[in-house]
Design a protein around this ligand. Structure first.
Ligand SMILES: Nc1ncnc2c1ncn2[C@@H]1O[C@H](COP(=O)(O)OP(=O)(O)OP(=O)(O)O)[C@@H](O)[C@H]1O
Length: 563
């Protein structure tokens, strides 16, 4: 049920999303429906003021005016088609995004044919949607034009025209749900029969060999019978449709003809009665016929395809809104994480508090889980047990602007240097902000070497270190109060690394650095040593005293001067 609602909501959302197009469509529709308003008046005046008084020029002038209105209507009809297309395309795009995403998720990437089938359904739905919008809109504008025409030409005639018309319309609308159901039943019976026939055709030899002819015949006979019954049921509702057309479209004509003496007594001239008949026979009946035909075919098809699309592509899980953290302090409580259900945990029951403003270096042998910790704190991974909170908010739900993670391999895209440095921001004072960040991180030399902020970058032509510098400036400019550098300076020389880290330390907020060198750890306020699933936190001196592993690691690092 909810799936069907989603598809239904897509219909109304597509209509309301382009309000200007809708207004334009309305205005063009008024022009398109002008002949429906004019026809009764023009015919009545042509007869009464022209031909009946032996003044053919006047009569012809009225008919010519009607002709001009038809020409204008033709131009307007073209514009209406363009407006309908402009509304139908976003509807198609919405559906397409929905089915491709849903089908891929459901098919797990194994069934590309499922995507092809679904996109075909979307094309059918788009065509049906455009036809329904065109039909219903045309019907509504024509009916309003005819009613206005009758009100101004022969108001008495409304009593003869409107009741049967409304009755016919109501009869048709009441039959629509049944029509949709039976059409669907007929299509399903047809598909089942086609499937069965295909199966039989492919297995004829086996049927013959196993002597299954009679049973196969009985089964096919049953399915042919089912399909015939579905076709008969559909035909019965189709009869209701024909009755609706007769009542709504032609009964008004007969009533106006039968009521001629009464209308003449009421002071209407014969020309006005012919004009009234023109309204009913030329505008109202065809409009009802168009609606009946359009909704019976396109409306039913639209409902059926939307239902199929909804059933074949389940909706994406609703994206949860991100939350703004109160601060940038980080708390891990009893966090356990493993990459697979049968893998050994990388973190096991880890408790850790990194208060706002802290500068923490994370060290440990390769594979100890440093990057995993960085990914958990940045919310890219979720713990299997326990929780990771940033400013009181679960890390995976945090507002993306509130934290930034720079991995070892920095991302640079084809664009200007300024775009790369500022991405995704475009502040008004971009130049000043860039200058400040570039100076702080120590990247001025690179900016000049690349040819300034407006230089076009070729990512492949940059060295890994240059890409890291670009990403560091980007992170520095970001509004995030929590910065996680996961070996983000590993391709820089020690001096450049020291400058960049010092800039981030001065920047404020919480800084977590997965350290690549001892100097990086020495600059931090605290050091977190990861060793298997055991972790120890302390200063360099504390760790050197209590942890042989740390002493060993520190010994292997180059003893570079601390800046
Ligand atoms: N995507 C993954 N799928 C499965 N196992 C993974 C994945 N990423 C990491 N691991 C494993 O998890 C453990 C911790 O890896 P992690 O990358 O967090 O360690 P690290 O301390 O950052 O290592 P390094 O210093 O080499 O980058 C390792 O045993 C690693 O093989």
């Amino acid at each position: 049920m909810r799936r069907r609602e989603r598809a239904g909501i897509g219909f109304w959302r597509a209509l309301s999303r382009e309000p200007r197009r809708l207004v334009a469509m309305g205005l063009w529709s008024v022009l398109e429906a002008a002949p429906a308003f004019l026809i009764g008046h023009a015919v009545a005046r042509a007869i009464e003021d022209g031909f009946a008084r032996a003044e053919p020029v006047t009569g012809l002038a009225w008919l010519a005016a009607l002709g001009v209105a038809w020409l204008v209507a033709a131009v307007a009809a073209r514009q209406v088609v363009l407006c309908v297309a402009a509304v139908a395309e976003p509807f198609r795009d919405d559906l397409l995004a929905h089915v491709v995403e849903g089908t891929l998720r459901q098919a797990d990437g194994r069934d590309s044919a499922a995507v092809a089938r679904a996109t075909l359904q979307v094309e059918l739905a788009r065509d049906a949607f455009a036809a329904v919008v065109t039909t219903v809109r045309g019907f509504a504008f024509t009916v309003v034009s005819v009613v206005l025409g009758l009100v101004t030409l022969a108001p008495q005639a409304l009593a003869l025209v409107l009741p049967p018309f409304a009755a016919g319309l109501a009869l048709f609308l009441a039959s629509l749900p049944a029509l949709a159901r039976r059409q669907r039943a007929f299509l399903l019976a047809d598909e089942r029969l086609a499937d069965a026939m295909t199966g039989v055709a492919g297995g004829l030899r086996d049927i013959e060999a196993c002597g299954l002819q009679d049973r196969t015949y009985e089964r096919l006979d049953r399915q042919v019978g089912d399909q015939a019954a579905a076709a008969r049921a559909l035909a019965r509702v189709t009869a209701a449709r024909t009755a609706a057309l007769a009542v709504g479209g032609w009964l008004p004509v007969m009533l106006v003809l039968a009521g001629t003496p009464w209308l003449l007594d009421g002071g209407l001239g014969p020309g006005v009665i012919v004009g009234t008949l023109a309204y009913v026979a030329q505008s109202l009946a065809p409009a009802l016929g168009g609606l009946v035909q359009g909704l019976s075919v396109s409306g039913v098809r639209l409902a059926a395809t939307l239902r199929r699309i909804a059933a074949s592509a389940p909706p994406a899980p609703r994206a949860r809104p991100s939350l703004r953290p109160a601060s940038s302090d980080v708390r891990l409580s009893s966090v356990t994480f493993a990459y697979g259900p049968h893998s050994a945990p990388v973190l096991d029951g880890l408790d850790l508090v990194i208060p706002e403003g802290d500068h923490l270096a994370v060290v440990g042998p390769s594979g100890a889980g440093k990057s995993t910790l960085a990914a958990l704190v940045s919310g890219m991974l979720r713990p299997a047990e326990g929780e990771v909170l940033v400013g009181g908010v679960p890390a995976d739900r945090i507002d993306p602007d509130a934290r930034v993670l720079i991995p070892q391999e920095a991302y640079v895209f084809r664009g200007t240097l300024a775009e790369n440095l500022a991405y995704p921001q475009t502040p008004a004072d971009l130049k000043e902000r860039l200058d400040e960040a570039v100076a702080a991180v120590g990247v001025r030399e690179l900016v000049d070497a690349l040819g300034g902020y407006e230089a076009l970058l070729d990512p492949a032509a940059l060295s890994a270190g240059q890409r890291q510098l670009v990403a560091l400036v980007r992170a520095y400019l970001a509004p995030a109060r929590l910065v996680i550098l996961d070996e983000a300076t590993c391709h820089l020389d020690p001096a450049a690394e020291a400058r960049a880290e010092a800039a981030f330390a001065r920047r404020g907020g919480t800084l977590i650095v997965v350290a690549h060198r001892l100097t990086s750890a020495l600059r931090a306020r605290r050091i977190l040593l990861m060793d298997g699933t055991r972790v120890t936190v302390g200063t360099h001196d504390e760790l050197a005293k209590v942890s042989p592993l740390y002493a060993d690691l520190a010994g292997h690092w180059h003893p570079e001067p601390v800046s």
